[in-house]
Design a protein around this ligand. Sequence first.
Ligand SMILES: [Fe+2]
Length: 280
Amino acid sequence: MNATVQALHIKEVQQNGYTVIKNVNNAEVTRKLLTTVLEIRKKRWSIAKEKGYPARLNGCVFGLQNESLFLVQTMFSHPITTPIVTKLLNDSWYKAIAADRPNFISRNGIRAQSSAKDGLFMHIDSFIPGTGKRPWLLQVFMVLEDQDESNGTILVVPKSHLSDEYATPDSLKDAIPLCPKAGDIIIWDGRLWHGTTPNLEDKSRLVLASGFSCWFIKPKFDLPSALPDSIYQQLTDDEKVIMGFASPTFSDEFDPRYTEDTHNARAGYDVFPQHAPSFY
Ligand SMILES: [Fe+2]
C-alpha cells in the first residue's frame, strides 16, 4: 500500500471512526487463516466437551496467539494494518523504541468470532466515550467469510466515535451495514457505535479479530504469562512489544527491569526476558 492510500485510510478512521480496506488478504491467505482457525476451534471444543467447560457463544475462540505463529504474524506483523495501527496508536513520547516501530499493545490477543442469531446490540468497545482526536483502542477485523445483512454483518454509525456518548438502542436507526467480503479488513476506533444485524439462520461468518490499545491501557488478558515459549522464541521485537513484553507491570521499584530509563514504564527491547514465563 502506498503512503497516499495509507493516509486515506488513517483519515477515514479519524473522521468517520472506521475504514474498510478491500481485498487485502488474497484467497489463499484467507483460506489458510480460516482452516487454521477451524482446526484450533475443533481441538478447543473437544477439550471443552471433555472437561465440561461451557461452549463459547457465536463460534468464538480466544487465545489463538498461543496456538499459531502464522496467526500471530498475520495479525501483529501485517504489511497493511500494522503500520496503520502504529500511526494511530503509538505514544510519541515512548523514547525507548524507534518512532516508526509499534509501541502499542494487543488488548485481548487474537480471537475468531461469528455473529449471534439475535444480533449484537449497539455499543462501544472503548469503555468510555470521548471527543479527542486520538483513539486509545482500535479493532482490526480480518474477514474470513462473506457477510451480508442476513448473516449478522457489522453495523456502524459513522462519526459516532466523536459523539462523547455511549451508544443507545435508538442509534440502530442511524447504523449502516458494512457487508464486507472474505479478504477485506475493517479497522475502527473503539469509540464507534456498532453492533450487528441478526444472523437469522445462525450461519458461520467468521472474522479473525484483535483489539489493540495504547501501551498504558490495562489489557484484558495477561498475554506474556500465557504465551508458550516455543512461540515466544520465534517472535520479532515488534511482536514481543505488541504482546506486552516491553511495557510490563513492575512488581515494585526493586524489580530488576525498573531502571532510570524505564521508570515511566515505557521500556525498550532490552527488558525482553530470555524465555516466556511459561518456560519456567
Ligand atoms: Fe464491539
